[in-house]
Design a protein around this ligand. Sequence first.
Ligand code: GDG
Length: 455
Amino acid sequence: MTGRLVVVSNRVPSDGPPSGGLVVALHDCLRATGGLWFGTSGRITDDPDDSFAQVQGDGYTMRTFDLSPAEQQGYYLGYANSVLWPLCHRRADLMALNAGDYDTYMQVNRRLARMMAAELRPDDRIWIHDYHFLPLADCLRAEGVTATIGYFHHIPFPATHDMMALPQHDLFPRWMAGFDLFGLQTQRDVAAALEMLRGLPGAELLRDGTISYRDRRFEVRSFPIGIDAAAFAAEAARIDGRALLNFAPDERLVIGVDRLDYSKGLDNRLRAFGRYLRDRAEDAPKASLLQIAPPTREEVDAYQQIREDLERTAGKVNGLHSDLGWTPIRYIHSGVPRDTLAAVYRAADVGFVTPFCDGMNLVAKEFVAAQDPDDPGVLILSQFAGAVEQMASALIVNPYDIGEMARALRQALAMPLAERIDRHQALARGVFRKDVAHWTRSYLDTMDRLSAARD
Ligand code: GDG
């Protein structure tokens, strides 16, 4: 490998040891190779200047910048999370197209490009993450940066039909073409991106898989993200999750873990659990649902209703089915520490992962990694999670079909040990082999191949 690795993501772990899948992955990768990590500091200041603060990481350097209140509003809460996020999650109806947000989004990207360009070298390998920075490569090219630039889109690529709802849809291909490598989670995403490019005047899909657009060439490929499965499994085995939960010995546990986001299908999940309880035979297992749902992006309008809806549904199900000694849904509206989470996954009989739309879904992989291989729980997985392409041995469900999800719960809770072990072995093979180190390696190897081909 040649050149420095330069990573860009919206937030950097500048205030302590990193936690959370992506940040941990990038941290490990930079620790091994050295390099630079650019991103926002998390501070909102009235008049941020065009310079980076420097924070020393473990073997690498972080360069952070502040946002102004108007930038936080227009770039982060506005265009990124109220336009691009719903667009990419098949919810164009939730887009809040406020005049000015797009301009602010571009301003932040241009400002960052200007600040970065002064520090970059031609042999750097620049790896940009996620929808906050879609135009960043194009802006860097405008600043004269010639280095190899890759991008990874952590969320789904929108269908061509949805893309048309984005007022800037004609700019999207130009943003893509600023990169040398446009990474996506799944084959399904690659197909959606190619469909959009195929019909585009000026774009040509070449035989070797390269796309030529105007004066640039780039590749679109899938790199399904993984987790640090070995570390997560070790963490999960350290604490006794059942002891933490204070469960009755015959009580079975279904677990859901999601940021409180409309893409995660939470309300339908609680309803499906309610349906399972309603239809269950007298002697069927007594199961409780533990739903951990830490809040996110509460300043964005589209997120404000979700909490109320969920509390109402949980209240209804609990009202119908609780008795003096038992409340079937435990709903936690705050985050729990990572080691607790790992132990609770391991204690669970069923991982209930039912998003309407999800780039990958790391919870599905964490649940599998955390299981006791001799007595594993069962994964129920939405057909619309990116993870489904690699996790065919889960019980696959349609998250819009409450009855089907309730039946999957019944099947999972009654599944014989031998079948649970078979399914878990197949799932765990993928989760442990295609872990986060594999993801980083395969992405960076592809970048290196592209930059070698250019030299
Ligand atoms: C985006 C894409 C893609 C959740 N609650 C707690 C907690 N978490 C952790 C989980 C998991 C992570 O947050 C959530 O990751 P997901 O992949 O499920 O979803 P997004 O946050 O939407 O992530 C997604 C991902 O990027 C990576 O590319 O898979 O499709 O949307 O790691 O464990 N962690 C702790 N306490 C909690 O309460 N400690």
